[in-house]
Write a protein that binds this ligand. Structure first.
Ligand SMILES: Cc1cc2nc3c(=O)[nH]c(=O)nc-3n(C[C@H](O)[C@H](O)[C@H](O)COP(=O)(O)O)c2cc1C
Length: 198
């Protein structure tokens, strides 16, 4: 059976929550899914001082496993409008896979979290995507058939470039129902594309 990887980094749990919503969408579409996270790079005392959520259930990802998947959906919070070093560091170790063309033709998609509405959601999604494009992956966005991204009556995430949430400056806001639905939709949509390409 085709298999999808949801690969994420999360300091405070917002992207982690979104990752499981994406995985739920993949499962709902009938494909197998693994949720994996990339290793923390911030020193332990700094992570504690900044109240990072250091305990997370997802096993650590291994670059050697990437070729086993038919699709890879990547999520990470913004860092100054781009992907965090933790996620970049993971992809920086995939040069060998790139040289072999091991990920060419796989489906890719992305999701993110920012503190503020205009704090860099789309630039972060693009910076996550560029890793996948250089690997020759076929990128899927979040289609407008997920109509939740059109909502204007309330502050909420969602973008044609990928699923998103907004965490607030102090991290107090959690992914809302609409954002989780967007994440699930993305998982389901990617799974449907995998089935078409199989
Ligand atoms: C070093 C650093 C830079 C950040 N830069 C931005 C930024 O440019 N725009 C923004 O909206 N949020 C920014 N944030 C807030 C994070 O994006 C926010 O904590 C994150 O979305 C929460 O997701 P998580 O719980 O999965 O870690 C930054 C946070 C840190 C630690």
């Amino acid at each position: 059976m085709s298999k999808v990887l949801v690969l994420y980094y999360s300091s405070y749990g917002h992207v982690e929550t979104m990752a499981y919503a994406v995985a739920e969408g993949v499962k709902a579409a009938g494909l197998e899914v693994d949720v994996r996270r990339v290793p923390e790079l911030v020193p332990e005392d700094a992570a504690k001082a900044h109240h990072f959520k250091t305990e997370q259930d997802a096993p650590l990802a291994n670059t050697a496993d990437l070729p086993l998947y038919d699709a890879i959906i990547v999520g990470a919070p913004t860092r100054f409008g781009r992907l965090p070093a933790q996620m970049a560091n993971f992809w920086d170790q995939t040069g060998g896979l790139w040289a072999k063309g091991a990920l060419i033709g796989k489906v890719g998609a992305v999701f993110t979290s920012t503190a503020t509405q205009h704090g860099g959601q789309e630039t972060t999604l693009y910076s996550l995507m560029s890793n996948l494009l250089h690997h020759g992956m076929v990128i899927s966005g979040l289609p407008y058939s997920f109509q939740g991204q059109m909502k204007l009556d309330t502050v909420t995430g969602g973008s044609p470039y990928g699923a998103t949430t907004i965490a607030a400056g102090d991290g107090s806001r959690q992914p809302d129902e609409n954002e989780l639905a967007g994440a699930k939709f993305l998982g389901q949509h990617v799974a449907s594309l995998v089935k078409k390409l199989a």
